[in-house]
Every structure is written in structure tokens, then in C-alpha cells.
Write a protein that binds this ligand. Structure first.
Ligand SMILES: [Zn+2]
Length: 254
């Protein structure tokens, strides 16, 4: 081999046919893998949405719980003052002097006023609690609907993926079966290029263009590709090239 000459790995037409088949299986594998990945993303985004809703519902439930505590406290306070009024009224019957009577009467009046105020406050607490209760019920029912829809969606997504998971297993197996027909270093090369080129390692050269990156293939290299007896890579995208007949009537269309 003369110095300066590019060393090209010799391969056969059969190798090229195998590479093309391998690429077909690879393309399907990559397509299904990316579809399944998208499905997983859809699933987890549904889960996140539901979890977010549940958290928001929890916050509203907490607020309701606090409102219930406030209402109960207010009720207890009203009851306490009412008890005090009853007690004072009882004492009123027992007092001997006018002075004591007046003092006690004042106490009863004060407590009645206080009770009125507390009862007004209690109405507010009750209204607040009721509003929160209604909101929790509304959101809980929305949540139940969402959870049900979510479950149905998840099931549909899962079903959609089921066939593809089977198909994926088939293509992976096919890919391996085809791969072993190749020389190990060639198979390794295919895998390396595929990994770094988004799953597209073997591309046609048609109408003088690399169909991987659409670079125009230089004439000398084009001839080498046509000969199909050595491993030719695209100078720009580094993919393995193979020759395809020019498409009739399509030249110059774009
Ligand atoms: Zn290219």
C-alpha cells in the first residue's frame, strides 16, 4: 500500500446487504424505543398531574379542619357564657340586697351582650366552615373524576405500548441475529456509528447525495461506493454509505 493512500477496509456486497438489513432492524428498534419512551413520559406526566391535584386537595382539607376547630371553639365559648348566664340568673334569686342584685344583673347583661357578639362570630365561623366544606366536596369529586380518567388513560397507554414492547423484543433479536453474520469489527463499527448518529449508521448514496446528511459525495468516492467492495464512510456525517440507483424523474425536483 502506497503512503498517503487511504486504507479502506475491504468488504463484500453481501456484507453491505447485511448492513442494510441490520440498519432496517436498527431503525425499527430506535423508532419503537423512542415511542415507548414517549409513552413512559406521558404516563409519568399523568401521575404528576394527579399528585399535584391531590396535594391541592389536601391543602383545602387542612383549611377545612382548621375552620372546624375554630367553629367548635366558638361554640364552646358561647356555651360557656350561656352557662354563666344561667348561673347568674340562679344567683339573682338568692341575693338579699338591692346593691348585690344590681351588680349581678349587670353581670348578666354584660354576659348576654358578650354572648350575642360570640354568636355573631360563630355564624361567621360556621359560614366559613360550610364554604370550605363545599369546596372540599367539589374538589374531591373532581379529583375522583380525574383519578378515574387517569386510570383509563394509563390503561390505554399501557395497551398501546404492549404490542410495541413485543415488537421491540423481536427487532432486537433480529438485530442480533443479523449482526452475528458480520465480521466482529464491522459489527462493532456499526454499533459505534449508530450510537453516535441517532440510530442511523448505514445510508444510501442516491443521486450523488449522502442520504444521512445530504452532502454531495465527491466523484471519486462516489465511484468507490458504486464498486461496493470497501467500507466507505460519508466524509461529513461518518455514516456507512451504500449505493442506490438514482431515482428516475426526481433529479432536479428540489
Ligand atoms: Zn453524510
Amino acid at each position: 500500500m502506497a503512503t498517503g493512500e487511504i486504507k479502506m477496509q475491504e468488504i463484500t456486497r453481501e456484507d453491505i446487504d447485511i448492513l442494510v438489513q441490520l440498519q432496517k432492524a436498527e431503525t425499527e428498534t430506535v423508532r419503537i424505543e423512542s415511542f415507548l419512551k414517549k409513552i413512559d413520559k406521558d404516563k409519568s406526566s399523568l401521575e404528576k398531574k394527579l399528585a399535584k391535584f391531590e396535594t391541592a386537595l389536601g391543602v383545602k382539607k387542612d383549611a377545612l379542619e382548621r375552620a372546624t376547630i375554630l367553629r367548635k371553639e366558638a361554640e364552646a365559648e358561647v356555651q360557656m357564657v350561656a352557662d354563666r348566664i344561667v348561673k347568674s340568673n340562679e344567683n339573682l334569686r338568692l341575693v338579699k340586697t338591692n346593691k348585690d342584685y344590681q351588680a349581678l344583673q349587670r353581670e348578666v347583661d354584660d354576659n348576654r351582650k358578650r354572648k350575642d357578639n360570640l354568636e355573631n362570630g360563630l355564624i361567621q365561623f360556621l359560614e366559613d366552615e360550610e364554604a370550605k366544606q363545599a369546596l372540599v366536596e367539589e374538589k374531591a369529586s373532581e379529583f375522583a373524576q380525574l383519578a378515574e380518567k387517569n386510570r383509563a388513560d394509563q390503561e390505554e397507554i399501557h395497551k398501546k405500548g404492549e404490542n410495541d414492547r413485543e415488537l421491540l423484543a423481536q427487532y432486537r433479536q433480529q438485530r442480533e441475529e443479523i449482526g452475528v453474520k458480520l465480521d466482529k469489527s464491522l459489527y462493532r463499527k456499526f454499533n459505534e456509528i449508530s450510537d453516535s448518529s441517532g440510530g442511523l449508521a448505514v445510508v444510501q448514496v442516491r443521486d450523488h447525495l449522502c442520504r444521512g446528511c445530504f452532502m454531495s459525495i465527491p466523484p471519486q468516492l462516489y465511484i468507490e461506493v458504486q464498486r461496493a467492495n470497501s467500507l466507505i464512510m460519508c466524509p461529513q456525517c461518518n455514516r456507512i454509505l451504500y449505493y442506490a440507483e438514482p431515482e428516475e424523474n426526481t433529479v432536479g425536483v428540489d
